[in-house]
Design a protein around this ligand. Sequence first.
Ligand code: CUA
Length: 326
Amino acid sequence: MPTLSLVPPRASTGAGQVDALYGYLLVVGIAMTVLIFVVVVFFALKYRRKSPDEPPPKPIHGSIPLELTWSVIPFLFMLVMFAWGTKLYFDNYTPPRDTLDIYVVGKQWMWKVQYPDGQREINELHVPTGRAVKITLASEDVIHSFFLPAFRLKHDVVPGSYQTFWFQATLPGRYHIFCAEYCGTNHSRMIGWVTVMEPVAYQNWLAGSATGASMAEQGQKLFDQFGCVTCHVTDSQGRCPSLRNVFGNPVQLEDGRTVVANEAYIRESILNPNAKIVKGYKHDVMPVFQGQISEDNLLQLIVYIKSLSASTAAPAKAAATQVQKQ
Ligand code: CUA
């Protein structure tokens, strides 16, 4: 273990970049502060009134070059912060293609984790090294914030929507998970551990925690249970649109708009089907599922609907096998 360290271990490919940006903020912050204080003290001493009968100095009416200098130079330093921060933000929150997808639901006061192969955990997250992992976050109740200090990643978990970020772990070990947004009495206990494992160890862990039914299979079961299957006939025209090859593709709506069928769209269409009606179909055919389905089950349904789409099912399946083989 590291000896005395001011920062947590860097356990992901992106952690060093976040630390570098923080280093820059710190250096610029300290340099500005020192500069201002040195100048204040220096001027106070140099231009102080040296004797009681010294006449007041002549007033100064500004200097354009001076004011431009002390405005433009700090502005450029700040602009670097903005550009660098923006780049890191988009790097960390835009997952690459072909990720290992893990789903995390925040709930007062625990983190519930689901893996594509169906394993489930509470307050524990297992990830392999050397592979891009995409985390999809949802909340069952209030705003939480999922914080992984060793990966330098944090994201609010807002009820009613999905948030994602991604990382590639590099250093095997066990690192903290925190909730970083006050969410009620036991907020401080809403903590857990992320375990980073070598790919082979990870494969063994997955096999050892196998439950039998993958998330997609669990989703399919719910699809039958809730009766979705009676209208969403998969291969022909039912009373509701077929869901085959819907995910990830554009959908034409009745009001003329076109939207892309992503997680948020599927989620909304389950909870509030009348919000976006597909062209050629009617309002009020599908029951409203708001309040009827837990966030965990919603994610399973979404993974199932994803699996019906060739463009998304293929890479997801390849991703799973890749982990198995490593
Ligand atoms: Cu959940 Cu704080």
